[in-house]
Design a protein around this ligand. Structure first.
Ligand SMILES: [Zn+2]
Length: 117
């Protein structure tokens, strides 16, 4: 179901009616600018590619909602300033959230003084 309106304009573009979308649609000619994106939530944290070793490095981490212009569903995206990103279906993201909170091994590792910052 498309929920567009062409009656609201923001920043020179058309305001999307997905309540969470902050994209000013139509403001540029780049198709990627037509993706629906939420404002997201960001913070600075230590990351590394899961296949690498070492202490990693601090960078921006952001979580938000994305629905590309040709998608039929939304994705929950975790992106870093290091070019590492992961898109999860909402169901997979919900499971991840529960696992982070409920898995005793993960919870213990997150509370460990032995962990990196
Ligand atoms: Zn939108």
């Amino acid at each position: 179901m498309e929920r567009w309106t062409d009656t609201d304009t923001v920043g020179g573009g058309t305001r999307c009616t997905f309540e969470w979308c902050t994209t000013a649609h139509g403001a540029t000619v780049d198709p990627a600018d037509e993706d629906h994106r939420s404002e997201g939530f960001g913070w600075v944290g230590r990351v590394r590619d899961g296949r690498s070793s070492g202490p990693g490095f601090e960078t921006d981490i952001e979580v938000g909602v994305l629905r590309r212009f040709d998608d039929s569903a939304v994705w929950i995206v975790i992106e870093t300033g290091a070019g590492i990103s992961l898109a999860l279906s909402p169901r997979a993201a919900r499971t991840l959230g529960h696992r982070l909170l409920d898995d005793p091994d993960v919870r213990s590792a997150c509370e460990s003084l032995d962990s990196v910052d």
